[in-house]
Design a protein around this ligand. Structure first.
Ligand SMILES: [Zn+2]
Length: 145
């Protein structure tokens, strides 16, 4: 695994998978099926709000094409493109806590949804910046990747 460069972004994903998906399940998909060396995400937030550790933070993740070298990847189990499987309040609260923590560790870090940095994906199915920063959060326009 390559070392992670200077961290400037937290990139947020949804799993679009079964609601009882665990980090161990995602590890099996990414390691056993994709042949990667570890889970692609640094953190996975389960439906109850538990934050599970994935790939160790010193290493680049594999979660957002073009942005892996300088970002932390977090995946919240669920599917925001559906009515029934959207994120739970407990997950959103945990994402807020994670966001608070990474801002302490990486001053100046910004938060984005996967779709804000990589074209061609709906992930995570909603506007993460509005969700976490509030409705007046600036919309990402043209991001350098
Ligand atoms: Zn994604």
């Amino acid at each position: 695994m390559k070392p992670l460069g200077p961290v400037t972004r937290l990139i947020v994903h949804h799993s679009a998978s079964s609601l009882n998906t665990t980090v161990e399940q995602i590890r099996r998909w990414h390691v056993d099926q994709n042949g990667w060396s570890e889970v692609g995400y640094h953190f996975v937030i389960l439906r109850g709000g538990t934050i599970s550790k994935g790939r160790p933070l010193p290493y680049q993740g594999a979660h957002a094409k073009g942005s892996n070298s300088n970002s932390i990847g977090v995946c919240l189990v669920g599917d925001n493109t559906t009515e029934s499987d959207g994120w739970t309040p407990a997950q959103v609260a945990s994402l807020h806590r994670l966001w608070d923590s990474v801002q302490v560790i990486f001053p100046g870090i910004e938060i984005f949804g996967h779709r804000d940095v990589s074209g061609g994906t709906e992930c995570p199915g909603l506007d993460v910046r509005a969700l976490i920063l509030g409705p007046n959060a600036s919309k990402p326009q043209t991001l350098e990747v």
